[in-house]
Write a protein that binds this ligand. Structure first.
Ligand code: SAH
Ligand code: SF4
Ligand code: F3S
Length: 582
């Protein structure tokens, strides 16, 4: 068994996708090889999510399978990374002794050391070391933040090596490295870690720790390096991304490196930051800097936004800077003020709706083909949710006219305030009914928005072969005409993952995939490409196979011919592409 071949599987949100990419780059630099085949790997890593019970169950069942495999392969090294490692801690190893390594999301810089120790111990085991002794040695491979946030305690004292992990990101030139997880046309850049909001249902403040903002110079530098490598779309990441704020006067410099900064008690809910221009980099300033200083980035996005933190300053910057996408993901969670209060969301429905109206008045310009699209998250079946509360949520969803909405059934999470204080009293059958009902309502709204695009010509960023095309190409004798494109879309990690990734089982996003899978093949000699509009709508179109490599990673105009569910289907509006290729 190849001992240094690593298989890594990622669950959960975009933060985790980025973490896996960073870990992967770091391990490759140390001589590990990545493999897409778990059976061929000597090291299996799961980068896990704890946000709902369902997310954890998937990992438990994978670990159960590995326990059986390890009977025959005692040298196999198994690591659980991410939020589940942090939340379950050593209980996880007790319940699943197959696990050799536990590494929380705030400690990923320590992974190489843990892995090295675990591999050595396992090798000794294979070489005949006493099993008990080996198990004792390998049990030490644990790095968790625990209850104390290391970032809040050590920031002022020492260089933060987690920041170094982001800074040392291995950036490969576009197409040069077809390994899964390599950034190509699209990439994520973290601007804020952690979260201070403590919504009562949510594990994230416990798993990711306190909010910390990265220095703006580091962020801009990372964007420049990505652009130099061929990336043209960047998505900035933060749990409440628009709460970003860096106070330069309070910055700490260690060994010449400016350190990330703890989120301060800054109330949000403002129209304009009162300290803007006085030694503070606000979120609006950061967007403007990236837009102006990294012109090669054709599209700048950010997720996830917090409704209270959208000042007019941010909306103005988006409006006035053409390469910032007019797409906002702003979860409301509920349409009932009573439930929002129990959730500790910090706003009322009227405030949320006021924000939506304000955002649309600034940013919605369909007449110049620049509509604003908004997506949301809703939790149904939160403790005590009545039919009336649910009806209020339906009213909010109807009013919000989201492009898509991720709908979740409340899942009680041990350690959260809701788990301790509120009984999970909405029956599963009611949760399921509300979930399905809301999905159907949102489905109709999404359909309407998609249909409204038919006949328009939209600029799309071509991300790669559609999944249908990838499946076809994977079959023996399957068509794959995109020669030279470097295996586009070989992974859902960075390029095609957004929106279609398992953001918790959004039926809306998954609908798009299923629709795509059912499509008939295009004309002979063509391949189906997958692309995205500025407003994050997915567009499929057929292009001559020989032109595919030219198109991937470019922004091109596509005429929309039809729409089904959330997926739009079109044809290239500029005959030059076809001509250039023939
Ligand atoms: N920081 C983001 C969301 C992170 S978690 C924000 O605040 O918007 C992603 C989504 O999972 C949340 O928006 C919420 O809708 C959902 N979620 C979080 N905890 C949950 C729980 N315990 N049960 C069900 N859904 C949950
Ligand atoms: Fe969780 Fe709320 Fe923070 Fe989002 S804002 S990560 S839902 S605590
Ligand atoms: Fe899940 Fe952790 Fe992200 S709990 S949603 S992987 S921050």
């Amino acid at each position: 068994m190849p001992r240094r071949d690593v298989y890594i599987e990622t669950f959960g949100c975009q933060m985790n996708e980025l973490d896996s990419e960073l870990v992967t780059g770091q391990l490759r630099a140390l001589g590990y090889r990545l493999t897409p085949d778990p059976e061929a790997a000597g090291i299996i890593l799961y980068n896990t999510c704890s946000v709902r019970e369902h997310a954890e169950q998937k990992v438990w069942s994978r670990l159960g399978e590995l326990a059986r495999r390890k009977v025959d392969q005692p040298g196999l090294v198994v690591g659980v990374l991410g939020c589940m490692a942090e939340r379950d801690g050593k209980d996880l190893i007790r319940r699943m002794p197959v696990v050799d390594i536990l590494c929380g999301p705030g400690e990923l810089d320590k992974l190489p050391g843990l892995l090295d120790n675990a591999v050595r111990t396992r090798i000794s085991l294979e070489d005949g070391l006493d099993a008990e002794l080996a198990a004792e040695r390998s049990a030490g491979q644990v790095a968790l933040q625990g209850s104390s946030s290391r970032r809040s305690s050590t920031l002022a004292a020492a260089a933060d090596s987690l920041e170094m992990l982001d800074l040392s990101r291995a950036i490969s030139p576009i197409d040069a490295d077809p390994e899964p997880g390599t950034p190509r046309a699209s990439a994520y850049v973290r601007i804020t870690r952690g979260c201070n909001k403590f919504c009562t249902y949510c594990v994230v403040p416990f798993t990711r720790g306190a909010e910390v903002h990265r220095p703006p110079d580091h962020i801009v530098e990372e964007c420049k390096r990505l652009a130099d490598s061929g990336v043209i779309e960047i998505t900035l990441l933060g749990q409440t991304v628009n709460h970003y704020r860096f106070e330069h006067g309070a910055a700490v410099v260690v060994d010449g490196v400016t350190q990330p900064q703890k989120g301060r008690s800054y109330a949000g809910g403002h129209r304009r930051d009162p300290f803007a221009g006085t030694g503070v980099t606000t979120f609006a300033d950061l967007l403007r800097r990236i837009h102006d200083e990294v012109p090669a980035i054709r599209r700048l996005r950010f997720v996830t936004s917090y409704p209270r933190d959208f000042g007019d300053d941010v909306l103005e910057v988006i409006r006035d800077h053409p390469r910032i996408c007019r797409y906002l993901h702003v979860p409301a969670q509920s349409g009932s003020d009573r439930i929002l209060k129990l959730m500790n969301r910090g706003y009322e429905v009227a405030e949320y709706l006021e924000f939506l109206d304000r955002a649309r008045s600034f940013l919605d310009q369909p007449e110049i083909n620049r509509p604003l699209t908004v997506s949301g998250d809703i939790i149904v079946g939160f403790p005590t949710e009545t039919d009336d509360d649910y009806a209020a949520t339906v009213a909010l969803v109807e009013r919000a006219r989201y492009k898509n909405c991720f709908i979740f059934k409340y899942s009680p999470r041990p350690g959260t305030i809701a788990f301790d204080k509120l009984a999970d009293d909405v029956p599963e059958s009611v949760k399921r009914r509300r979930n399905n009902d809301l999905l159907a309502i949102q489905g109709r709204i999404s359909d309407g928005l998609s249909q409204a695009q038919v006949g328009k010509t939209l600029d799309v960023l071509v991300e790669g072969l559609s999944r249908r095309e990838q499946k076809r190409a994977a079959k023996p004798g399957g068509a794959c005409g995109a020669g030279g494109a470097g295996g586009p879309g070989t992974t859902s990690l960075t390029l095609n993952g957004k929106g279609l990734s398992d953001h918790g089982g959004s039926a809306c996003a998954i609908d798009a995939e299923e629709t795509e899978a059912e499509l008939p093949s295009g004309p002979p000699g063509t391949v189906q490409l997958s692309a995205r509009t500025d407003g994050d709508l997915i567009v499929f179109f057929d292009a001559p196979a020989v032109a595919a490599a030219l198109l991937i990673g470019r922004v091109v105009p596509v005429r929309i011919d039809s729409a089904s569910g959330l997926a739009l289907h079109g044809s290239p509006a500029d005959p030059a592409y076809t001509a250039a290729a023939v």
